[in-house]
Write a protein that binds this ligand. Sequence first.
Ligand code: AMP
Length: 232
Amino acid sequence: MASLGSAPAPRLNRAVIFLGPPGAGKGTQAKEIARLYGVPHLSTGDMLRDHVSRGTALGQLAKPIMSRGELVPDEIVLAMVEERISRPDCAKGFVFDGFPRTLPQAEKFAEILRGLRLGRPMVLHFVVDARQLMRRLTGRRTCSVGGEIYNVYERPPRVAGRCDNDGGELIERPDDREEVIAERLVAYERQTKPLVDYYRSQGLLEDVDGSADVEAVTRAVVGVLTRAQSNA
Ligand code: AMP
């Protein structure tokens, strides 16, 4: 596990967005970075899966859309996000993975951030080639108890099928089947990739090589965030 040395956890004080295709390692990195900086890790995918598993009205609406690998409508996601980031634990910043995913989401998010006086987000764009993405998605297993993410090829658990942290059963996400993965990659190319240019043109985006091992990517992300803080 990475550390930031013996110094107290530095302040983030802003919204950080992890952008990149499914399987680029956003979830794994977002969890670790949020832990290092002591801020919440937010994932619209996790929030939606939670609604699905609780069988809420929102979950019932989202379930068939998610199982096809398509995107849930913007209004639904935005209402969920606005409620979550208005809570006090987000006042010192947070790390988002999987949001925003469309241009309207990004535009409305900027407005919400202004309203909450959270300023402009910092965006890290994870770059990983297509072959590696497929390997990461088909090999991904998630702990059914604590949500820790493993990969049977690149980051296997010590005991097959069990989480190292809590012994929870490791499960495969239903949308990590190959035919659904293809659809999710299409949704990324069409709807989410335009956000790379959108944020780059505003000077808010930095590329990160997401193909390295987990610790190396974490170090690169911390490096980018530290430079951004000192230039702020
Ligand atoms: P993820 O865990 O980020 O891969 O998301 C899993 C699924 O949840 C996606 O394939 C979408 O169906 C849905 N989803 C998650 N985040 C969003 C979002 N920001 N906008 C629309 N749909 C989303």
